[in-house]
Ligand binder design. Structure first.
Ligand code: BMA
Length: 330
């Protein structure tokens, strides 16, 4: 009995882990300097001067997406949005970008002194993972398809592990959509594929389909990952966010995984929009206090919103509520 009550209390505590910004949604189509349908699923990073850059997925009025940068001194308001698209699909040179580019995740890579942007390229054969490097979010060096379709929800880890770059991604397989990690000596040739975490089955909130949210956060305890889970219901898909922790040196080893989600659609802008009931973080920044994480998420596939969390509280919650999870065979 006591155990059951404890479990309920710890699940309730999760509701206060992420705090929505009162000015939400912080960016929507009406803010855009040119005519668009929607803006959502933004990658995020701090620039050298401490300002925040969001690389937003913008859907045009044909239904195809490109990326556009918005910059702000405090990461909350006063956004300066590029007057024209920042990174357009380039299907003549990169045929995999035929139907647009989506859902960027940004990692600053000190060894390269560049930002690595992993994004979804929507090819005729389905979505795959592409990479571009940039120093200024004005010019980009494209690496093309890293992972062939169907694959998405990718981010590069910020440094090599055992001499190899590591990319987290989410291939679709006949056995489900699970989170994997792959390795490369040069960012071009990828191998050593390992499953990091499996989608659960049945009624779970993260059954059948999971994917990385924003790039993992390196902590002393391990790589802290926010991930999305998709529940298929009679009225459509329900996107929520959960927490897991992975070994720093062996990222395919899941040290802890929480059972309950920590963030899900609750407000009008999350329940409504072009796609109902979606919260979809693709980026975060760390505040100067070293503890407050600013999590930028797409809401309802229609706008960008901000929620803040304490890194220490996320880790504490996971230590109390998480269990080791093992991928015994795949
Ligand atoms: C996922 C991705 C996201 C989108 C979400 C909800 O599969 O395509 O870009 O936000 O679905 O529609």
């Amino acid at each position: 009995m006591t155990l059951a009550i404890d479990a309920v209390e710890s699940i309730d505590a999760s509701e206060s882990l992420l705090h929505r910004h009162p000015a939400n949604p912080i960016l929507s189509s009406k803010d855009w300097p040119y005519r668009i349908n929607s803006v959502f699923n933004a990658g995020a990073t701090l620039l050298a001067d401490g300002s925040t850059l969001l690389l937003c997925r913008v859907e045009d009025r044909r239904g195809l997406s490109h990326l556009c940068a918005a910059r702000s001194a405090n990461g909350m308001n006063g956004w300066e949005i590029d007057a024209t698209p920042t990174l357009m699909p380039d299907p003549d040179k990169y045929p995999e970008e035929l139907w647009g580019i989506e859902d960027p995740r940004i990692t600053y890579v000190p060894e390269l002194k560049q930002y690595a942007v992993a994004y979804t390229a929507y090819s005729k054969g389905g979505p795959g993972v592409s990479l571009a490097l940039t120093t200024d979010f004005r010019t980009f060096e494209r690496y093309g398809f890293l992972m062939s379709p169907d694959d998405k929800d990718a981010a590069l880890l910020p440094h090599k592990i055992d001499g190899l770059w590591a990319l987290i991604h989410r291939p679709m397989t006949p056995l489900g959509a699970h989170i994997w990690v792959s390795y490369s000596p040069d960012l071009r040739h990828w191998g050593g594929h390992r499953v990091m975490m499996l989608a659960r089955k049945g009624a779970w909130w993260d059954a059948n389909k999971i994917g990385l949210s924003s790039p993992p956060i390196e902590t002393e305890r391990g790589w802290l990952m926010l991930y999305h889970g998709v529940k298929h219901t009679a009225s459509g898909s329900l996107y929520r966010v959960g927490l897991a922790l992975f070994d720093l040196l062996k990222p395919d080893v899941c040290l802890l995984r929480g059972d309950s989600w920590i963030f899900g659609p609750e407000t009008d802008y999350e329940h409504g929009g072009d796609v109902h009931d979606v919260v979809f973080p693709c980026g975060h920044t760390m505040s100067p206090d070293g503890d407050t994480i600013n999590i930028y998420y797409g809401a309802g596939d229609s706008c960008v919103a901000l929620a803040q969390a304490s890194l220490r509280s996320l880790l504490t919650w996971l230590e109390h509520n998480g269990k080791p999870c093992c991928v015994s065979s795949y």
